[in-house]
Design a protein around this ligand. Structure first.
Ligand SMILES: [Zn+2]
Ligand SMILES: [Zn+2]
Length: 264
């Protein structure tokens, strides 16, 4: 089931619940939940609809694990555990103060970042494996990952450039020796490309001390390509179409393997 079908299914469940078909609604919500186990709103609906207190409590606890700031879930859990809700303004007929998105003060929202607790609108919320987070928290998390220094990046780029020259040379040699053998030429390009791209990526990773930089996979790939093209340009001008195709296949395979290796 894709995301759209899941959204439709939860809408149908909402309608069923509103029209009194509680068991139908529960069945549909559970179907959605099977595919999206951290869907906070579906968990809340289930907690509200299910009678069995033990099961009800388990859903509320799941909600609070995903979003410890969910006031409704807190109140519901307090009720289930027989203690008074902690909210002081219970008697106030006005709804709980509306939250406004930290980044868009004009937008009301019920969502909060589950790390820093700051209110965020659906547009700002970023879904991570551990729940919804605000852009700042996501960035902070990424900064812990991207630790490469400028000197790491320069070293990586130099290695990518030299690697590119070598791959350009290897491409020329491949075509020189195998260009006439159509089948073997393309077969060789198909295997040599990824092998060389992977080897250069590994050398780059080591040159950078295995540290990551935010845009390095793409910058490195461009530098790598420039190295390759520098050697291949005379050939691109004078080569025949079949050898050009062979060279292009080899280079594209090398570039994509290089990118994929550095990305993950
Ligand atoms: Zn926002
Ligand atoms: Zn946050």
């Amino acid at each position: 089931m894709d995301d759209l079908e899941l959204i439709n299914l939860s809408k149908r469940a909402n309608v069923a619940a509103a029209s009194g078909d509680i068991s139908g609604a529960i069945r549909m919500y559970k179907e959605v939940l099977a595919q999206q186990p951290d869907n906070e709103s579906v968990l809340m609906h289930l907690a509200a609809l299910i009678d069995d207190p033990k099961e009800k409590k388990s859903y509320v606890q799941r909600v609070l694990k995903i979003n410890p700031y969910n006031e409704d879930a807190k109140t519901m859990l307090a009720g289930l555990e027989g203690r008074p809700a902690q909210k002081a303004e219970e008697a106030d007929p006005e709804p709980v103060e509306a939250l406004h998105c930290y980044y868009h003060p004009d937008r009301e929202t019920t969502l909060r970042c589950n790390k820093c607790g700051r209110p965020i609108c659906t547009e700002c919320a970023i879904r991570t494996p551990v729940g919804y987070r605000c852009p700042d928290c996501v960035r902070e998390q990424q900064d812990k990952f991207y630790t490469a220094t400028t000197s790491d990046i320069i070293k990586g780029a130099v290695v990518a450039f030299v690697g590119g020259l070598l791959v350009g040379l290897a491409t020329l040699l491949t075509i020189m020796f195998l260009g006439r053998f159509l089948f073997f030429g393309f077969l060789a390009a198909f295997f040599i490309g990824p092998a060389l791209g992977g080897a250069v990526a590994e050398a780059v990773r080591r040159a950078m001390g295995k540290r990551h930089a935010r845009h390095f996979p793409i910058i490195g790939d461009i530098v790598f390509l420039i190295g390759i093209l520098l050697l291949l340009i005379p050939f691109v001008l004078f080569g025949d179409l079949i050898s050009l195709g062979m060279a292009a296949l080899l280079v594209i395979m090398a570039l994509s393997t290089f990118y994929a290796r550095l990305k993950f």
